[in-house]
Design a protein around this ligand. Structure first.
Ligand code: SF4
Ligand code: SF4
Ligand code: SF4
Length: 268
């Protein structure tokens, strides 16, 4: 067993993310130990460490199954803090996990957004607002910069830019924003669990999955899909317009739209 300040505590709860994170702890680490490690992680929930979120990485660290150098958003400060609490050597950030860099935030090109809501589903901390068929926007103050909304967007209208609000350094983020992001992430998970047992969830999830499947198609295929969808909407509009025009009595059709009936004219 690896020696650390956290050893000797009882095993903690299983992780949420797949079999790797649910297997029994390999060292005597408990919920308190996992909490202590998790408190050192930035709560970006980006998955760049190779785990689905910060908590599963904390569990793997506490078990002794993961190295301390896998969190790019935390950078050197997080590596040093993890090494200290776990009694392990400090290492350079693992390049396989990506590079550390300035904090970023997502922005949406609202003119290109089709309101499919896929990005809302991808965001782990509910930092995107919008409604079906309406433009969406990022709440910059809530965005952790995880980038998870980029890939699923079928219109490629989300991009990352340097963060314009909030702490600039990993240390500042950890102190000021990480606890808040953890709470938002956990609240979302509780809501998702409750939704999964709701009667309409399967139908809604099916619709969203259909939209998400767009991202597995090539850019050309996606453009063709979207053009076909737009053509269908235009055809329906034209059909409805023709139907409405046919329903108007001939006397009214002869008048300019919106004209009041002339004196003595039949008002029917
Ligand atoms: S912030 Fe760090 S620990 Fe959390 S998911 Fe991202 S890489 Fe993993
Ligand atoms: S808006 Fe995008 S980048 Fe920001 S937290 Fe949500 S998924 Fe991550
Ligand atoms: S995924 Fe893209 S197109 Fe769909 S709502 Fe979000 S920003 Fe708009």
């Amino acid at each position: 067993m690896r020696s650390s300040r956290l050893s000797g505590v009882m095993p903690g709860p299983a992780g949420r993310n797949g079999p790797d994170h649910r297997r029994a702890p390999t060292t005597g680490m408990g919920a308190g130990a996992v909490d202590a490690v998790d408190a050192l992680l930035p709560q970006t929930q980006c998955g760049r460490c190779g785990y689905d979120a910060c908590r599963p990485y904390a569990q793997a660290l506490a078990r002794g199954d993961a190295d301390v150098n896998r969190c790019p958003p935390g950078g050197e400060a997080t590596i040093a803090a993890l090494a200290r609490i776990l009694g392990r050597p400090v290492k350079a950030l693992d390049p396989a996990c990506g590079a550390a860099g300035p904090r970023e935030t997502a922005i949406i090109d609202e003119s290109a957004c089709i309101g499919c809501t896929v990005c809302i589903r991808a965001c782990p901390v509910d930092a995107i607002i919008g409604a079906r068929r309406w433009m969406h926007a990022v709440l910059e103050s809530e965005c952790t910069g995880c980038g998870l909304c980029i890939e699923p967007c079928p219109m490629d209208c989300i991009s990352m830019v340097p963060a314009r609000t909030g702490p600039a350094t990993p240390e500042g983020w950890l102190a000021e924003r990480a606890p808040f992001s953890r709470r938002r992430f956990e609240r979302r998970r509780r809501r998702e669990s409750a939704l999964e047992s709701a009667p309409h969830h399967r139908e809604r999830a099916g619709r969203i999955d259909a939209i998400e499947s767009l991202r597995t198609r090539s850019a050309e295929q996606r453009r063709a899909d979207i053009a076909a969808a737009v053509a269908r909407v235009e055809a329906r509009k034209a059909e409805r317009g023709a139907r409405d025009a046919a329903a108007v009595p001939p006397a009214k059709q002869a008048r300019e739209p919106g004209c009041r009936p002339r004196h003595g004219e039949d008002r029917r």
